[in-house]
Write a protein that binds this ligand. Structure first.
Ligand SMILES: [Fe+2]
Length: 238
């Protein structure tokens, strides 16, 4: 695996997709462990205002915060570490693994940026692994606008699912790894099958604060996950 070449491609496009990056057997084990934790119909964690305004319905779990050691697997994965270092440089840091569970009939995620793009040095990357096939029957494909990590702030809009001419639809299978720049515009389509699971091991370059993703940019607002409130209504002056 040519880490440097791939890192160059990441910085051009804002994302990378690797199929069969992880072994099926290991993904099966993780998927079962995640299902055991959630059951199939868990309750939402976010407050009502967030769910309504962000059109985002995802239930997170931070297994490493609870001492669940299995998820250290991603921190120790040779190629994942090699790629991350090539992209972020010396001194990068893994944040934590966040499992994202979407139940049937949920909206997925609105277009968003994980953190404000005004300062190009302040960013996270998402390292998304998929422990199950995300198929047409399940829904929940991941959409990204190539090169949008360099395009500044996501356009303000009442719509959460604006069609962008050059948007790319990512159809992850079991074992797929997606690397995605936190400033890239991305969203997740509604989930129509039983459930959808993805696991995100976020990482940051040296010098970026650990709470860089506390403020997320949506088409209609900026939202603080630290204080659980809308900090900017982007439609107010539109
Ligand atoms: Fe995101």
């Amino acid at each position: 695996m040519n880490y440097e070449q791939l890192a160059k491609q990441f910085w051009e496009q804002g994302y990378l997709i690797f199929e069969n990056f992880f072994e099926d057997e290991i993904m099966d084990q993780f998927n079962q462990q995640i299902l055991d934790y959630f059951g199939e119909s868990p309750e939402f964690f976010h407050n009502e205002e967030f769910l309504e305004k962000a059109k985002t319905e995802v239930i997170p779990w931070f297994p490493q915060w609870e001492g669940v050691k299995e998820f250290d697997y991603f921190d120790n994965h040779e190629h994942l570490v090699g790629l991350t270092k090539a992209i972020l440089g010396e001194g990068w840091e893994a944040l934590y693994s966040m499992v994202m569970f979407s139940k049937s009939g949920t909206k997925g995620q609105s277009w968003h940026q994980d953190c404000p793009p005004e300062d190009p040095k302040l960013f996270n990357i998402n390292r998304l692994s998929y422990t199950m096939d995300v198929t047409e029957d399940i829904g929940g494909y991941t959409l990204v606008v190539p090169k949008s990590h360099k395009a500044g702030v996501l356009p303000a809009s009442e719509e959460n699912d604006t069609f962008y001419e050059d948007q790319v639809v990512i159809k992850p299978r079991k074992g797929t790894l997606v690397l995605l720049h936190g400033h890239a515009w991305h969203r997740v389509e509604p989930v129509i099958g039983k459930y959808r699971i993805s696991t995100n091991c976020r990482a940051i370059p040296a010098g970026v604060p650990k709470d860089v993703t506390d403020i997320c940019v949506y088409p209609n607002m900026r939202y603080s996950f630290k204080t659980n409130e809308v900090i900017e209504d982007r439609l107010a002056n539109a």
